[in-house]
Design a protein around this ligand. Structure first.
Ligand code: PLP
Length: 397
């Protein structure tokens, strides 16, 4: 038996090239991450050899005593990573990825052609929440179920909850889906719950993009309000490529979610679980409970500190609350306005320079360094206050 370099140098060479590409590029794809060596070791292990259809203790193949141990460990770690009570929540760690996990939920709780509502794809939703064009039902979700997307209020960029409520009242979906691929805000879970309750719908959250943030309690907790929570495992959670489905243990709308979801995963839509992925996921979920993971998810800067440091550089703006903030004194945002400096004759060119200074200020704040004296900001300020600065005579006070 040979290693990859000897057995297949052609594939080895391609992997090497991809490794170099990943290493040398600035990876800014929101759905990607770099998983750990430990996770990759588990994913590249003998676990890939084993068939284990079914659940721990109820397998359709022999020789699964260690696979059972692994899957139970993975389930326990998944519940612990998301701070869930084992008596109230269960989890299926077998979904092969995010889209299959979502379809497994639909298969579990819906009949063909039941109605669902998810965020529209062009407004940041995901294909697997249903997508169709006037000509074609693109997503399988829209082929097998009747999907009516909800959208954002284009003036605020936030989910248009009022419109969602009105549409849901008329459309009467059996399932409402929170979650998105491109939406930089928390969902208003209490509002979504109220809408779902009013029309008798299940409420599901697909937290694929933000599951790492949920585990580290950086964002609102969807488990407080939703009946079912799905996720991929390879985005902010930083695990192997896979999926998970969390479900309430108590029946919801008369449905035993635990057996419905477990049966939808297998035998409904999948065969043998990918045990190597479950091994990698167990490793990732252990790490997701560590202080380092919390620090990784919290890495960022608040509006209060940015306001203070920029003030020291004579750049005045104000800290500002954004949805999901826990404190108005230390909010997540800053507010920037252009009217005053435009009056003083600033154009795009000068505002570009200001953006660079703000960026520099944020960096300095993150690195907790003092402002360098004689920095570019000081030079710029000298220029602004010099008599040569164009249109300064327009300033009336
Ligand atoms: N759900 C959301 C919100 C996503 O953004 C994605 C992928 O980006 C998925 C599900 C699908 O995951 P997968 O590509 O693993 O099927």
């Amino acid at each position: 038996d040979h290693g990859l370099s000897e057995a297949d140098p052609e594939v080895r060479a391609i992997i090497n090239k991809e490794k170099e590409r990943q290493f040398k590029s600035l990876e800014l794809i929101a759905s990607e991450n770099f998983t750990s060596r430990a996770v990759m070791e588990a994913v590249g292990s003998c676990l890939t050899n084993k068939y284990s259809e079914g659940l721990p203790g109820k397998r359709y193949y022999g020789g699964n005593e260690y696979i059972d141990e692994l899957e139970i460990l993975c389930q326990k770690r998944a519940l612990a990573a998301f701070h869930l009570d084992e008596n109230k929540w269960g989890v299926n760690v077998q979904p092969l990825s995010g889209s299959p996990a979502n379809f497994e939920v639909y298969t579990a709780i819906l009949n063909p052609h039941d109605r669902i509502m998810g965020l529209d794809l062009p407004h940041g939703g995901h294909l697997s929440h249903g997508f169709m064009t006037p000509k074609r039902r693109v997503s399988g979700t829209s082929i097998y179920f009747e999907s009516m997307p909800y959208r954002l209020d284009e003036s605020t960029g936030l989910v248009d909850y009022d419109m969602l409520e009105k549409t849901a009242t008329l459309f009467r979906p059996k399932l409402i889906i929170c979650g998105a691929s491109a939406y930089p805000r928390d969902f208003d879970y209490p509002r979504m719950r109220k809408i779902a309750d009013a029309v008798g719908a299940f409420l599901m959250m697909d937290m694929a993009h933000i599951s790492g943030l949920v585990a580290a309690s950086v964002v609102a907790d969807p488990f407080e309000y939703c009946d079912i929570v799905t996720t991929t495992t390879h985005k902010s959670l930083r695990g192997p490529r896979g999926g998970m489905i969390f479900f309430k243990k108590d029946p919801v709308l008369g449905v035993d979610l635990e057996s419905a979801i477990n049966n939808a995963v297998f035998p409904g839509l999948q065969g043998g679980p990918h045990n190597h992925t479950i091994g990698g996921l167990a490793v990732c979920l252990q790490h997701a409970q560590s202080p380092e993971f919390k620090a990784y998810q919290n890495q960022g800067i608040d509006g209060a500190r940015v306001e203070k440091i920029l003030d020291m550089a004579s750049i005045t703006l104000n800290k500002n609350s954004v949805p999901g903030d826990k404190s108005a004194l230390v909010p997540g945002g800053i507010r920037i306005g252009s009217p005053a400096m435009t009056t003083r004759g600033f154009t795009e060119k000068e505002f570009t320079a200001i953006a660079e200074f703000i960026h520099e200020g944020v960096q300095i704040t993150i690195e907790a360094k003092g402002l360098a004296s004689g920095s570019k900001v000081q030079e710029f300020l000298k220029f602004v206050s010099s008599p040569d600065f164009p249109l300064t005579d327009k300033v009336s006070n």
